[in-house]
Design a protein around this ligand. Structure first.
Ligand code: CA
Length: 229
């Protein structure tokens, strides 16, 4: 089965990061946002994103340095698209021939961004053509409102329940380990506990049952994790 494509956004301006994450998640991508270079590198190490959208002007370091570290510290460095607001930065990207896959100058349209991301992924991973589309018959994800509709009924979800269910929906049948679900759905590593997954799955199931009693769509794989039936 095709993997959902994970995209990491390293950008210190929340409004820009939110626009990017929204555009990409409605396009079927899994997005994660970090606002400093240090957190971005840590996230890249644990999540193995296929692509990083990397801002150049960051509070703790600059995008060029992050890029260099990604290239030297990761066994399989992800594709990188630089985000830049200044023409001298573009000169530097081009002049240094850093090997970045592309750059986008701010301001950009979400549509343009998605097209660039797809183009870079097609080039860097030619065996994967399209990201899997989220299942749209039973479930409908409304990412901008953190809402999921199940058989036409809106579920009242917490942020973590939303992320968990979204993850499962985007790759039906795929078994996710608890660890994977934690790293994809929880931001703060220090708050990660395996049993948090079980607790949230339990409440999610209860919410799904209110719409369809007895129809258990989340399957438990003993000792491993969960999948969507
Ligand atoms: Ca910035």
């Amino acid at each position: 089965m095709t993997e959902a494509r994970v995209i990491l956004v390293i950008e210190d301006e929340a409004a820009i990061a939110e626009t990017i994450c929204y555009a990409l998640s409605t396009d079927g991508f899994q997005t994660h946002w970090r606002s400093t270079g240090h957190e971005g590198i840590e996230c890249a190490r644990t999540l193995y994103p296929q692509l990083i959208l990397l801002d150049i002007g960051l509070p703790d370091t600059n995008g060029f340095e992050i890029f260099r570290r990604l290239q030297t510290q990761l066994e399989t460095p992800p594709a990188v698209i630089f985000l830049t607001a200044r023409s001298e930065e573009i000169d530097r990207i081009v002049g240094l021939e850093l090997g970045a896959d592309d750059y986008i100058s701010k301001p950009f349209s979400p549509r343009e961004l998605c097209a660039r991301v797809r183009a870079v992924l097609r080039r860097s991973q030619p065996n994967i053509t399209e990201p899997p589309r989220p299942e749209q018959t039973r479930f409908k994800i409304i990412a901008e409102r953190f809402e999921i509709h199940y058989h036409g009924m809106p579920l009242l979800l917490t942020l973590h329940e939303f992320r968990l269910l979204q993850t499962l929906i985007q790759q039906p049948q795929r078994v996710f380990s608890r660890e994977e679900l934690l790293s994809r759905c929880w931001d703060a590593p220090e708050h990660r506990l395996d049993r948090a997954i079980d607790t949230h799955i339990k409440t999610l199931r209860a919410k799904l049952f209110t719409v369809r009693p007895g129809d258990d769509v989340i399957r438990t794989h003993r000792g491993i994790g969960y999948s969507l039936q």
